[in-house]
Design a binder for this molecule. Structure first.
Ligand code: MLT
Length: 404
């Protein structure tokens, strides 16, 4: 009899956002009259901007003519997109990243789940707690996390770095030495950003201790404060110790289009092994690239018109963030995030657990959010709301919460 990868069987429950989807659907079935507003998963609601739609149409037309038709994309992605990214996202911010250190993909979620394949099976991972569940779950599937304790919600072989009100939701350096450190800033779920001098400490620690930082910068477009780094490569030495993952989902609204990229610098070496060459080998073997049309849409994000419209999208969602943040604060809630991020992290009230608050809000206000404990034990007692709704729904949700 064949055997399955038993590490999958260790995963408790379903993926966080699948569980939330299931619960919301069950509620809607039981209450067909209810007008449920979803501020749960960080999924965008505004349409693609005209510059992107135009690029998509043109690229579709390209595919209709033999002279401009495109088959398989190059392993790393089209050079015109990688060059545009290297210039706009890095050179213009004073970071030198070459186009052949950039790998185009169909999104940050896949890259952040797959990147662990580059590392030894017995690597120790360190994660912030609370944390985006993909980092932990993908390492569970790879057999790297030991056993799960349902009492504590922790894996025996994972190093958890608590993010609490006391440390401003920016973890302290780990007490035990990990091999891989997952960091996400601006943070999902807490919405908190990291200052450049704070991030430099992580880079210095990784260099001194022989660790790799997997830096998820999917929410970079939401940074509004001056001293917050947009890329980890703004820190000295980061090219020797960090991989950076970026997304087009949250800035350009590509959650349903799918495009992202990962930077693996050539300077990132482990003995004689180049992580950049290993990731290139993986791309060549396991991936056939994001579609030509989608990569053209990605390129359009960097034109003058594309950039201006995307700025408009980000501003739109940040207006929602302010509506939620100020609204909840005015009602007496304790709230965090929302300044450099589309996520608002609030403390539950009345001694409710995160899941009790989820049920309470759904039942009494018809609003779906994300329970903090779904992101890790230190998320217990907290709740996440996303600013990615429409203005109308966001305002309506706040009115309903105020009326509770
Ligand atoms: C979230 O809600 O945390 C994100 O939308 C999930 C994702 O980007 O995969």
């Amino acid at each position: 009899m064949y055997r399955v990868n038993e590490d999958y069987l260790k995963l408790p429950g379903s993926y966080l956002f699948s569980t939330i989807g299931k619960k919301s659907r069950a509620f809607k079935e039981a209450h067909p009259e209810a007008d449920v507003i979803s501020l749960g998963i960080g999924d965008v609601t505004q349409p693609l901007v005209p510059a992107i739609i135009k690029a998509l149409h043109e690229a579709v037309d390209d595919m209709s003519r033999a002279e401009t038709f495109h088959g398989y994309s190059p392993d790393l992605g089209y050079s015109w997109l990688r060059e545009t990214i290297a210039k706009n996202d890095y050179a213009d911010r004073g970071c030198s990243i070459s186009p052949d250190e950039i790998f185009i993909s169909d999104g940050a979620k896949c890259d952040s789940g797959n990147i662990q394949e580059l590392f030894a099976a017995d690597s120790r991972i360190a994660v912030c707690d609370p944390v985006y569940p993909v980092y932990v779950d993908s390492n569970v599937m790879a057999g790297r996390t030991g056993s799960y304790d349902p009492e504590t919600g922790c894996w025996s072989d994972v190093i958890y770095m608590p993010c609490t009100e006391e440390n401003g939701f920016v973890a302290d350096l780990p007490k035990e030495r990990p091999d891989l450190i997952y960091l996400c800033f601006p943070n999902n779920p807490t919405g908190v950003a990291i200052k450049k001098d704070q991030l430099q400490k992580w880079v210095d620690y990784a260099l001194e201790n022989g660790c790799v930082i997997i830096y998820d910068a999917a929410y970079e477009a939401y940074i509004s404060e001056e001293d917050v780094p947009h890329s980890i490569y703004e820190c000295a030495g980061a090219k020797e110790c960090a991989i950076e993952i970026r997304s087009f989902s949250k800035n350009a609204g590509f959650t349903g289009v799918r495009l992202g990229y990962t930077v693996v610098p050539k300077a990132l070496k482990c003995g004689g092994a180049s992580l950049r060459d290993m990731w290139a080998r993986r791309h060549g073997t396991k991936y056939n690239g994001a579609p030509y049309m989608i990569q053209r849409a990605g390129e359009a994000c960097y034109t003058e018109e594309g950039r201006a419209s995307i700025r408009g999208l980000v501003d739109y969602y940040m207006e929602n963030a302010a509506t939620i943040y100020d609204g909840l604060k005015g009602m007496g809630y304790t709230v965090y995030g929302g300044v450099n991020s589309p996520y608002i992290w609030l403390k539950t009230t009345g001694g409710m657990t995160s899941w009790e608050f989820f049920d309470y809000l759904l039942k009494n206000a018809g609003v779906v959010g994300t329970p903090g404990s779904g992101f890790g034990p230190n998320g217990e007692g907290f709740f996440r709301l996303t600013a990615f709704g429409t203005h109308e729904n966001t305002q309506a949700a706040l009115k309903r919460i105020a009326a509770l």
